[in-house]
Design a protein around this ligand. Structure first.
Ligand code: ATP
Ligand code: MG
Length: 472
């Protein structure tokens, strides 16, 4: 077989994004950016500053904070590097000659959430020296090896915030919740439902005592529960309350409730948080079955759901975690925070027909051609013909862009008919027509594509005209 024929036979592999990951295309990133800009704006008004923490950290950081027994740490983390890989490479004989340069490293994991990292940063940068509390927010990708489905990905995005240090005043809990609700309100998220609960603190007269009673009650009904719940009676009885299994619901309804077993301080704190929420006009539903999947939570816990998401309908989870900074080697520090699932937030916005164009909310419309082409909001398409017009077109594009307009400048000349067709396909608002006549007269033709009307302008008049139109 000739070399050429052989090349023809070998089809190059078609690569696809890894399962559970996906590309966000321009038609979607407009909405993503709008959501993120809104978060910057709203969180800023509450006095929060942005922190950017690394995508990967020591595996141990997550094991200690989230809990080695949790699903996230025991099954879902992407962990790599470290001595295991080192020795494997040595065994594979691939490291010959490089051995002396290699030091075994600590195991690292892609972050499954960011609270642990923010606490680590708080300690590492001595933020306890700053005026307390320190209010931080973050946004970015998180990684969990879960079964991908609608609203559940292996690389997903969170927008979250943490309040660290100072007191554990109930008003802090309430204000953090008020901030998320304000953010959702600003985005016009539909069907928002806030559930709250208090899971007390880990002491015999509080949660630990309750968990014992719960476990005793569960042991009595064990036979009527499914395998997952049966296992959780041993590993983490609180998580049984989380069960969505239909046949278990009637049984769970009869179990002891934590509200009846909180210590005096935790009960008072919970009552005060509810009062503070009422003062802020934040509507909530008390949900005694609300427990969180990560170990570090205590007292106030909350979850927010939104419409259009099916069974993955939680868009935000959060709560208080007073012991966490200390657990990570820092000083005793109060803490509360939340994490919003940005993918789900955006899915819900899309499901309710919201899309964004040029910074304005609009109801989705199939006629908006620009969206499909991935070029959103082209203001001016410069249709030019001829060498002299080319130079003028380049200058016009530069000036229009400087004035803030989105300009499409075709790289090669086209007949005007074809250019106008192209402008229409891209959903441009105007076509600026530049030919020999326009250049020698110094009068440029502007065509409004919606109604086909045409007018001539001098260069400065054109800018002025477009500015006035944009302001309308
Ligand atoms: P869920 O019960 O839905 O698995 P969770 O309790 O594991 O959520 P948290 O760890 O509290 O979630 O994270 C906060 C938010 O992050 C969730 O409410 C959800 O919106 C989002 N989230 C969590 N895991 C994923 C994922 N794999 N894909 C997309 N979003 C996720
Ligand atoms: Mg989960």
């Amino acid at each position: 077989m000739s070399e050429g024929a052989q090349k023809k036979q070998e089809k190059p592999r078609k690569f696809q994004a890894i399962r559970g990951t996906r590309d966000l295309l321009p038609s979607e990133t407009v909405l993503w950016n709008h959501v993120e800009q809104t978060a910057h704006a709203v969180f800023g008004t509450f006095g929060f500053g942005e922190i950017r923490v690394p995508i990967f950290e020591s595996t141990d950081l997550f094991a200690r904070s989230i809990g080695a027994e949790t699903d996230v740490v025991s099954k879902e983390m992407y962990t790599f590097g470290g001595f295991a890989e080192f020795s494997e490479r040595v065994r594979g004989g691939r490291m010959e000659g490089m051995l002396s340069e290699m030091q075994p490293e600590e195991m690292v994991s892609l972050r499954p959430e960011a609270t642990a990292s923010v606490c680590r940063a708080y300690i590492e940068h001595g933020m306890q020296q700053l005026p307390q509390p320190v209010k931080l927010y973050y946004m970015g990708p998180m990684f969990r090896r879960e079964r991908p489905q609608k609203g559940r990905y292996r690389q997903f995005y969170q927008i979250g915030a943490e309040v660290l240090g100072g007191s554990d005043a109930p008003a802090i809990d309430a204000e953090v919740i008020e901030m998320v609700m304000t953010f959702f309100d600003r985005l016009e998220l539909q069907g928002v439902q806030l559930d709250i609960n208090s899971i007390g603190h880990s002491a015999d007269n509080c949660r630990r005592g309750y968990v014992e009673k719960l476990k005793a009650a569960l042991d009595k009904v064990k036979d009527k529960l499914g395998p997952d719940s049966q296992r959780r009676i041993e590993t983490n009885p609180l998580r049984v309350l989380d069960s969505k299994v239909k046949d278990e619901q009637d049984i769970i309804a009869t179990l002891p409730r934590i509200a009846d077993h909180l210590c005096e301080e935790c009960a008072a704190h919970y009552a005060a948080v509810k009062h503070e929420l009422e003062m802020r006009g934040v509507f909530f539903r008390e949900n005694w079955r609300l427990v969180r999947g990560l170990d570090y939570y205590m007292r106030t816990t909350f979850e927010i759901t939104a419409q259009g998401l099916g069974s993955q309908n939680a868009v935000c989870g959060g709560g208080r975690y007073d012991g966490l900074v200390e657990l990570l080697g820092g000083p005793p520090t109060k803490g509360i925070g939340f994490a919003i699932g940005e993918d789900r937030l955006i899915l819900s916005l899309q499901e309710s027909g919201k899309e964004v164009a040029s910074g304005e909310w609009r109801v989705a419309s199939k006629e908006r051609k620009g969206v499909a082409s991935g070029r959103l909001g082209v203001d001016v398409y410069v249709a030019w013909m001829g060498e002299r017009a080319h130079a003028t077109a380049i200058r016009a594009a530069k000036d229009l862009r400087k004035a803030g307009f989105s300009v499409e400048l075709p790289p090669v000349e086209q007949k005007f008919g074809k250019a106008l067709g192209q402008a229409d396909k891209l959903g441009a608002k105007y076509a600026l027509i530049l030919g020999d006549n326009e250049v020698s007269e110094g009068l440029w033709t502007l065509k409004t594509l919606a109604d086909g009307s045409q007018a001539k302008f001098t260069e400065p008049d054109l800018l002025e005209h477009l500015r006035r139109q944009k302001a309308l």
